[in-house]
Ligand binder design. Structure first.
Ligand SMILES: [Zn+2]
Length: 204
């Protein structure tokens, strides 16, 4: 499966989490800049620098430290970027997305290990993944998706204490359509607009 790659040779998805630090800048329109370097097409997301360079010395090992748990427990879903809830899972917009529409699908329970998930949680998460992929397909018309789970810090999980699946919409040429200005092109979508788009779609 071709996976999105960020500059500096970082592996797919990693460490692509919603960020557990300062979230005061959410809903700020974000610019997506893609470029092509050498023989490998890379999906370059420069706004992720704030996440990548943030201190990582405080792992989200408990619910109190975990932005997913705060979103689950909170009542301000829009402020917390919680775009959808089911009985056993939630969907959160990634504050530092690799691409427009980058979502996180997580169990409500703070569980780090795949084998800790109950059969009901596994089914709920799979159905939620399908539901969100469908919503993104209808409203954003991507050409494909990367859907994946990073287990553990070594595999790229930025919040290893709480399992979460990534959904990253992909468009043909989203890593290499360098045509408009020199060899780069810019597109943007605010998280707020994405939130409203998905809420509207899920209610329809
Ligand atoms: Zn948690």
């Amino acid at each position: 499966m071709p996976l999105p790659v960020i500059g500096q040779g970082r592996p797919s998805f990693s460490p692509g989490e919603n960020g557990s630090g300062d979230r005061g800048s959410k809903f700020r329109p974000r610019t997506v800049l893609f470029t092509r370097r050498g023989a490998v097409d890379r999906l370059w997301a420069p706004w992720r620098l704030a996440y990548i360079t943030a201190p990582k010395d405080k792992p989200a090992a408990t619910g109190d430290d975990c932005f997913i748990c705060r979103g689950v427990a909170g009542t301000e879903d829009r402020a917390n970027l919680v775009v959808h809830r089911t009985e056993l899972s939630v969907v959160i917009l990634n504050l530092f997305p690799y691409n427009n529409g980058h979502l996180l699908v997580t169990p409500r329970a703070h569980k780090a290990r795949f084998d800790e998930l109950t059969p009901d949680e596994l089914v709920d998460i799979q159905l939620t993944l399908g539901k969100m992929i469908g919503a993104l397909e209808r409203r954003m018309k991507p050409d494909g998706f990367n859907v994946g789970l990073n287990l553990g810090r070594a595999a790229g999980a930025g919040v290893p204490g709480h399992l979460h699946w990534h959904i990253v919409p992909r468009w043909v040429g989203d890593s290499n359509f360098m045509t408009a200005v020199s060899d780069m092109r810019v597109l943007s979508q605010s998280l707020e607009a994405l939130y409203d788009l998905l809420v509207e779609e899920l209610r329809s």
